[in-house]
Design a protein around this ligand. Structure first.
Ligand code: CIR
Length: 256
């Protein structure tokens, strides 16, 4: 959770056509831009360098850069998104990572699918949740590609009906995970300290610990108070527009 860099991408006007599980109305681009600017300013407040890539109109969901790659200490892995409309986003990210990393590897199996939103990295392992976007072949390929970097990949499950594994959980520090009870009940976080999000506030589970701050979506006071009570410094960021597209704090950046 200590980072020197983040990569973000400006939201495109085509965001109104972004993927969503349930249609609760189109996102408002101007409001999303304002939230995005607050998010970037907060990352910068911690001293990190934040890269802002230009909007990609051809890819409505491209603001959600997390799904395109996985940044590890030894190198970066380019993902293979399971959403057909998002497949091309990964290749758009590759040159930006190649400029920063010496070793870039790519998930390339025709039958392999994996999105960064399904991946939770802790200090000791990489948990990858199978989901509608991430399959066993994608997880196996990630494990094979990163084994010689010393990475340990563990396959877990995303709760039914939940977009990504990390929609429902976040790393708060080396031993602490914030999770919905529907996910932690599976037992996948045995050995970690788990803070449960308040009932009815499941959408608060996707936060990020970024250096000294926990960035969380605004509007979930009971979960915010639980995180504060555990001793973390919290910044609430407006997320109403990204939430219409099932997106949250982690989706908006690659962190390394
Ligand atoms: C999608 O369905 O792919 C986007 N509308 C939301 C992606 C959210 N990304 C993430 O949780 N990492």
């Amino acid at each position: 959770f200590r980072f020197t860099h983040a990569i973000t991408r400006k939201p495109a006007g085509s965001i109104i056509r972004g993927l969503r599980a349930v249609d609760t109305g189109s996102p408002d681009l101007a409001l999303m831009q304002a939230h995005h600017a607050a998010y970037i300013a907060t990352l910068r407040e911690t001293g990190a360098t934040v890269i802002e890539l230009d909007a990609l109109e051809a890819y409505p969901d491209s603001v959600f850069v997390e799904d395109t790659a996985l940044c590890l200490p030894s190198g970066a892995v380019i993902m293979r998104p399971g959403a057909p409309s998002r497949l091309g986003e990964a290749a758009e990210m590759a040159p930006h990572l190649a400029a920063l990393y010496g070793d870039i590897r790519t998930i390339s199996g025709e039958a392999s699918f994996i999105e960064g939103g399904d991946i939770l990295m802790t200090e000791t392992e990489i948990l990858v949740g199978r989901s509608a976007r991430t399959n066993a072949a994608g997880i196996a390929e990630l494990a094979a590609l990163t084994a010689d970097w010393g990475e340990v990949v563990r396959e877990v499950h995303t709760p039914p009906g939940v977009l990504h594994f990390k929609t429902d959980c976040s790393l708060l520090d080396s031993e602490t995970i914030l999770s919905t009870t529907r996910l932690s009940a599976s037992g996948c976080f045995a050995g970690y300290r788990v803070i449960d999000v308040a009932e009815g506030e499941e959408a608060a589970a996707n936060t990020i610990r970024f250096n000294d701050l926990v960035l969380m979506p605004a509007g979930f006071p009971r979960t915010r108070d639980a995180i504060l009570a555990a001793g973390y410094t919290v910044r609430e960021i407006g997320n109403s527009e990204c939430a219409k597209l099932d997106g949250g704090m982690s989706c908006l950046s690659l962190r390394f």
